[in-house]
Design a protein. Structure first.
Length: 347
């Protein structure tokens, strides 16, 4: 939709001019033979940035999570994850289908699982009636919790519990850099609390395609084989890795602009009758608003916004999600608020 204010997701970002130029000029080779110099530079840069030994370029965040989980666990194992985590809600039961493991859901507080709950969920070792707990998954920022940043203290508490039980932690860090910018905590410090991290280049960082999986060298070696099994053995992937390098080198700090715009949007929504939101609970670039079901229903509301060229996503019963990103400015937010106010008033 031309000239629409697209707030459905930060996945709609367009690559920058510098990224397009880098794609055209990228030095390439066959990545299955590990001969693509550009993707190797990207993987080395990402590993160093997060303080890990090695990295692997993957096609998407979902592929990165599924590769990581399948690498960490054995068939018949159990993975602890937050009840509304992306790996449970939006990855097509991949953990069951691909890794042959099951997910144990723990309800978190704004996406963050508490240590006592995780400790209690870890299965008794050696009981033939129960699966082995072999992995804990966390998500930072947490999508369904409205882009909430996981407190570093909570992550460190989970780290201690995991170490005491010999269990690794994988982080779905699709929007990890949003978490780092919003909290002022370096990505390396966040990543130190977990064993592996997947993060996206193609959301707020604006690269056209791709994510990275980071961890220990042996883990990444085994993950490379899982990527191959899942059809992710790529060839001249330097044309996609080149914009990924620019994403990490040039697009991280500007995420703060998205957070400012999200806060402006949240504060404006809070003043519109029929909508409910607590702006102080908006940490990053995701804004989730609740509709008064007596006045507004999600599908007609979203459709009415779209007719006025403001795009949003229904997010379950009575909830609508807006996501700020590169290409959305203050004027877009103000225009979106005018449209939302008008539509809410018409119902």
């Amino acid at each position: 939709m031309g000239n629409a204010i697209d707030l459905r997701s930060d996945t709609v970002t367009q690559p920058t001019a510098a990224m397009r130029e880098a794609m055209a000029k990228a030095e390439v080779g066959d990545d299955v033979y590990e001969e693509d110099p550009t993707v190797r530079r990207l993987e080395e840069y990402a590993a160093d940035l997060l303080g890990k030994e090695a990295a692997l370029f993957v096609t998407s965040g979902t592929q990165g999570n599924q590769v990581a989980i399948a690498t960490h666990v054995q068939r018949g194992d159990e993975v602890i994850a937050e009840a509304e985590s992306h790996v449970f809600m939006y990855e097509a039961a991949g953990v069951a289908v691909l890794a042959g493991a099951q997910l144990r859901q723990i309800k978190g507080n704004r996406g963050s699982m508490k240590g006592d709950d995780v400790r209690a969920a870890i299965r008794e070792h050696g009981d033939v009636h129960q699966p082995e707990t072999t992995l804990i998954c966390v998500e930072d920022t947490h999508n369904r919790a409205g882009g909430a940043v996981l407190p570093l203290a909570d992550l460190r508490e989970l780290r201690a519990i995991a170490d005491a039980n010999g269990i690794p932690i994988h982080m779905d860090g699709a929007r990890l850099f949003n978490a780092a910018v919003a909290s002022g905590v370096a990505v390396k410090e966040i990543a130190a609390a977990v064993d592996s991290v997947q993060f996206c280049l193609s959301k707020g960082l604006c690269a056209p395609v791709g994510s990275l999986l980071v961890g220990k060298t042996d883990f990444i070696r085994r993950a490379r084989q899982w990527r191959k099994r899942l059809g992710g053995g790529l060839r001249q992937v330097g044309v996609l890795a080149a914009p990924g390098l620019i994403a990490l080198q040039e697009m991280v700090e500007r995420l703060a602009d998205d957070h400012v715009n999200a806060q402006r949007l949240a504060e404006g929504l809070a003043n519109i009758s029929g909508l409910h939101i607590e702006p102080e609970r908006v940490d990053t670039n995701i804004v989730i608003v609740e509709l008064d079901p007596q006045r507004l229903q999600v599908e007609p509301f979203v459709e009415a916004l779209a007719r006025e060229c403001v795009l949003a996503s229904g997010f379950g019963a009575n909830r609508v999600r807006f996501v700020t990103h590169y290409g959305i400015d203050r004027e877009d937010i103000d225009r979106a608020l005018e449209v939302i106010s008008s539509v809410a008033g018409e119902r």
